[in-house]
Design a protein. Structure first.
Length: 275
């Protein structure tokens, strides 16, 4: 058993640095998972019985799935500037931890293929606490940064002589559609037009970020449940930092911060990006 564990660890270390070929696997940013399907066939010369051939094919499929997971993980953007692969190349600690994340991948389904061979579908979580990728690549801040405050003279918009704010928003939706391709990252930042950050992981409870992630990415409102039943919706005016971080107007930023001081939806990481 120990020998098999050491062999698997060596295989994963090689995979992390020598991934061959490209895979189609990419993070599902709505479910915050990476799922791949590995396939394999047995070597007829080494298969003693049909059952033995199936076991051989399964082992090959598992290694293929690990290879695909390694490549998919390497390409994940941690933030606007950094990929997991870059962190692996500069830190032995990160490399070891990422290898452990891959090794802990869950088998979602498996079975023999018609005509021979075997398939194994495996999955890892980007978030989810212990065992998720986030715990490995997102650094715990030394101390929390408070959310900025709206401008001192800010007043919420008035419609029909009444303030238009609800004071009871359940979340925030930032509509980034039509601005190019939003680049999903594990640690996004929302900025205002003057460059000030109004939302980032240093504003948030680290353990909750590791469990739940900072935001979800959705293509339409039907996938925006994270923001709750009464979300505040603002439109991004630009994407910056390699299209990873949305920018909202100063007026919308003040509105978001004002409403957050009442409802705390940013603190509750109830944020969705439409892309």
């Amino acid at each position: 058993m120990l020998r098999n564990f050491k062999i698997l660890g060596a295989v994963l270390a090689i995979i992390l640095f020598a991934v061959s070929g490209k895979v189609d696997a990419a993070p599902n940013w709505n479910t915050n998972t990476i799922q791949v399907t590995g396939t394999g066939v047995a070597n007829p010369a080494m298969a003693i019985t049909p059952a033995h051939a199936a076991m051989q094919a399964r082992r090959v499929a598992v290694v293929d799935a690990y290879r695909q997971l390694a490549e998919a993980i390497n390409g994940v953007q941690v933030d606007a500037e950094t990929t997991v692969e870059q962190m692996i190349l500069t830190s032995d600690v990160v490399r070891t931890k990422v290898s452990a994340v891959i090794q802990g991948a869950r088998v979602v389904s498996e079975g023999e293929l018609a005509g021979g061979g075997y398939s194994v579908t495996m999955e890892i979580s980007l978030f989810g606490g212990t065992g998720g990728l986030a715990e490995t690549v997102i650094e715990r801040p030394i101390e929390l940064d408070p959310f900025p405050m709206p401008a001192p003279d800010y007043r919420p918009p008035v419609i029909d002589s009444r303030p238009s704010y609800s004071g009871n928003y359940t979340g925030l939706i930032v509509d980034c559609r039509g601005l190019g391709n939003l680049n999903p990252v594990m640690s996004p930042v929302i900025k205002r037009t003057d460059g000030q950050k109004i939302y980032g992981h240093k504003n948030l409870d680290y353990d909750r970020v590791i469990r739940e992630g900072m935001a979800s990415y959705a293509q339409d409102m039907s996938q925006a449940g994270r923001a709750g039943s009464n979300p505040l919706i603002v439109r991004a005016v630009a994407l910056v930092n390699h299209n990873a971080n949305p920018v909202i107007s100063a007026e919308d930023a003040d509105l978001v911060l004002y409403e957050n001081s009442k409802s705390h939806f940013l603190d509750n990481i109830a944020v969705v990006f439409l892309y």
